[in-house]
Design a protein around this ligand. Structure first.
Ligand SMILES: Nc1ncnc2c1ncn2[C@@H]1O[C@H](COP(=O)(O)OP(=O)(O)OP(=O)(O)O)[C@@H](O)[C@H]1O
Ligand SMILES: [Mg+2]
Length: 247
């Protein structure tokens, strides 16, 4: 049986080319959107969260290199690049008939803690037949710019809305072990062997993602980490990628 309500986090590394600033990977984005449309066509409800990739992460890293730290006013620039990426995402979703409704976290949340985000707006969209979309963003907080992680946001929305599925889409087919093979069932952080990547990730990369997923697995049964290739199968609850479980 397919998922009833799924929260899907599309990695910024998947929908953008992290090797160049502000470059969208349209092929990958469209492939994902097509499968999400297939899932919605089967009657499943969907909340989509996307990451920052070569938009958010690169911009935050650039400002902190130039200025040392980000004060609250720097959130404008990060918000602007993320809105640009989000507009591209919703255009592709719209083309595939997903009726997206975009909610920037800097207007949905009080600060960078996902618990301060207003999930009743997301619930309203679902009831109205729309696909709510949100993403990792910059939020001004006590004179600083804080980053709300798309991974954390996805987990929080899934918990708050009692979603039955939470799917993280990354470039790899799942969480990889030291031999580079997919770990089918992950219940402990020690199973993960973090591999070196060339690009910036200001929200902790795969390690923080797995930690967040493990925490969420206390209340959500079906948490999958996989790639775009297996997105629809994951939403159909087929055994793909890495399943994160609480033991
Ligand atoms: N052991 C591992 N298993 C799987 N992926 C790994 C591992 N070690 C490092 N990685 C990297 O972590 C990436 C996933 O996390 P990351 O936060 O960098 O990307 P993302 O979620 O796609 O992007 P964003 O943070 O912009 O949303 C993978 O695409 C891979 O490159
Ligand atoms: Mg990340």
């Amino acid at each position: 049986m397919a998922c009833r309500l799924a929260v899907v986090k599309l990695g910024g590394g998947v929908i953008t080319d992290k090797s160049a600033p502000e470059r969208v990977d349209y092929e990958s984005l469209e492939k994902a959107a097509l499968q999400l449309a297939g899932y919605r066509g089967g009657g499943g409800l969907l909340v989509l969260v996307h990451g920052g990739g070569s938009f958010g992460h690169v911009e935050v890293a650039r400002i902190s290199r130039e200025k040392g730290r980000l004060d609250s006013r720097d959130s404008s620039r990060v918000q602007e690049v993320m809105l640009k990426l989000a507009l591209t995402v919703i255009r592709v979703l719209e083309e595939k008939g997903l009726n997206p409704s975009l909610h920037p976290p800097h207007t949905l949340c009080m600060n960078s803690l996902p618990e301060t985000c207003n999930t009743s707006i997301i619930k309203r969209d679902l009831e109205e037949g729309l696909t709510p979309v949100t993403y990792g963003d910059a939020i001004p907080e006590n004179g600083e710019t804080r980053i709300i992680s798309g991974d954390d946001l996805a987990a929080w929305i899934a918990v708050a809305l009692k979603a039955d599925c939470l799917v993280y889409i990354i470039r790899e087919p799942g969480v990889l072990d030291e031999k580079g093979e997919v770990i089918p069932i992950l219940s402990n952080l020690n199973q993960l062997k973090v591999r070196q990547t060339k690009w910036d990730d200001v929200t902790g990369g795969i390690l923080r993602k797995v930690k967040t997923a493990l925490e969420a697995s206390k209340t959500i049964d079906n948490i999958i980490i996989t790639n775009t290739e297996h997105l629809l199968e994951a939403l159909e609850r087929k055994r793909v990628g890495t399943k994160v479980v609480h033991m």
